[in-house]
Write a protein that binds this ligand. Structure first.
Ligand SMILES: Cc1cc2nc3c(=O)[nH]c(=O)nc-3n(C[C@H](O)[C@H](O)[C@H](O)COP(=O)(O)O)c2cc1C
Length: 401
């Protein structure tokens, strides 16, 4: 019962994903949590307080000016008498109100009055999520120290539209809540980390690019693991089909050049973990227009030029983070190449893995790595990428404390 004895205030706002909150209540309770629900007027248009009350086995709080509710616990106590506040779904509207400190109903008043950690699970149409106003509000809330889980990419419940905006699944929200409630295990609190993840796309022309098979799973898992230990994480990600890890600031880029700029912009930091499979080369002169087939002339020549070495730049930077970790994806002489990289790149640790196609590591969910430091080589067993991430985050925390 990982959430035994934990009291969770669940704020449900008015999005279509409110139906998933019913399952979320079940999932939280089956892990031992006590769930106290607060519903906005909008939420009550989607699911009834009767259903929410039946699943949470308790009172459902809806009105700011209800004499009974005020006599029962009162909005200030409601805001504080819990270990964690979860907002699921978090509508664009409620997040806008929170970002501006509005408090015109019970949910927004409680969110302004609470001094507990707050976890938001946004859910909305992709256009609403991408709107500059929502982007600003999310950034403000992150800066205010609130944590996020999702949204995920996929088809919207209304059907027809797909994109980033689906609420995280109840079990993902539970995992994020557990991470936040881990209690005291935040050795990286106050530390800043930069993680890169995914492949880069180097354009040939406006429609074609050179890429690689990196899925971003390992980098994203490391960003999440560092955030769980309390670090303030900036994840610079190439194009991937993964949800944003909870509690992490994500900067999306395509080319190696852009990735370097984003990494340098995120300095100073205490930790840099360069996991992205950055292309070594880009096309020297990408076509401004789509390159046409020219019958009889054969294929066009592709001149390549070298990309910046992001790990080496960070490893030798005047604002070099205290711990610099690089990943070395190799298909031969994994250990030897890892050692050479350690020195050349100015890294404290090279995590070397054999990405030969038969290992299934590139794009897969498991990883078997060797840790190469000045002190020697440590081989880890075959692990899930999440477990590699957890162990690596612990290793980094150990170096810093
Ligand atoms: C059918 C329908 C579905 C909606 N789904 C969402 C949604 O998923 N996310 C969202 O932010 N707003 C959604 N809205 C708009 C919100 O309900 C509206 O902004 C409302 O004022 C939110 O109130 P609240 O934030 O106080 O709960 C939807 C509206 C309708 C009519």
């Amino acid at each position: 019962m990982p959430l035994a004895g934990k009291r969770i205030l669940l704020v449900i706002s008015g999005g279509i994903a409110a139906y998933k909150s019913l399952d979320l209540i079940r999932r939280l309770r089956e892990r031992g949590a006590e769930v106290r629900p607060v519903m906005t007027a909008g939420a009550r248009e989607f699911v009834t307080p009767l259903a929410v009350g039946a699943l949470s086995a308790g009172h459902v709080y809806t009105d700011l000016f209800s004499r009974e509710d005020e006599q029962d616990v009162g909005h200030i106590r409601l805001a504080r008498d819990c270990d964690l506040v979860v907002v699921a779904p978090a509508t664009a509207d409620l997040m806008a109100k929170m970002a501006h400190g509005l408090a015109d109903d019970l949910a927004s008043t409680v969110l302004l009055a609470t001094d507990r950690p707050v976890l938001l699970a946004p859910a909305m149409n992709p256009k609403m999520w991408a709107h500059p106003a929502t982007r600003r509000n999310v950034e403000t809330l992150r800066r205010d120290g609130l944590s996020f889980v999702g949204p995920n990419a996929g088809e919207m419940a209304e059907g027809g539209e797909a994109g980033l905006g689906r609420m995280a699944e109840p079990l993902e929200i539970v995992a994020a809540a557990e991470g936040l409630l881990d209690g005291g295990q935040r050795p990286l609190a106050g530390r800043r980390a930069i993680v890169t993840s995914g492949p880069t796309h180097e354009p040939i022309d406006p429609v074609r690019y050179i890429a690689n098979r990196s899925s971003g799973r390992q980098g994203h898992a490391i960003a999440a693991a560092l955030a769980r230990l309390g670090a303030d994480v900036t994840l610079v990600s190439g194009p991937v089909a993964l949800p944003d890890p909870p509690g992490v600031r994500v900067v999306r880029v395509e080319r190696a050049e852009e990735m370097l700029r984003a990494v340098l912009a995120a300095l100073p930091a205490d930790i840099a973990v360069m996991v992205a499979a950055v292309a070594d080369w880009h096309v020297a002169a990408p076509g401004a227009e789509k390159i046409k087939k020219q019958p009889g002339k054969g294929p066009p020549p592709l001149m390549l030029a070298e990309n910046p070495d992001i790990l080496k730049t960070v490893g030798h930077h005047e604002q070099r983070p205290k711990v610099v970790v690089g990943f070395a994806a190799e298909t031969q002489d994994v250990e030897k190449n890892g050692r050479v990289k350690l020195e050349k790149k100015g890294a404290d640790l090279i995590v070397a893995n054999d990405v030969s196609p038969q290992t299934g590591i590139m794009g897969g969910t498991r990883n078997s790595v060797k840790l190469i430091t000045a002190a020697g080589v440590e081989e880890w067993p075959d692990l899930s990428k999440d477990d590699v991430a957890r162990r690596l985050a612990d290793w980094i925390a150990g170096r810093l404390t």
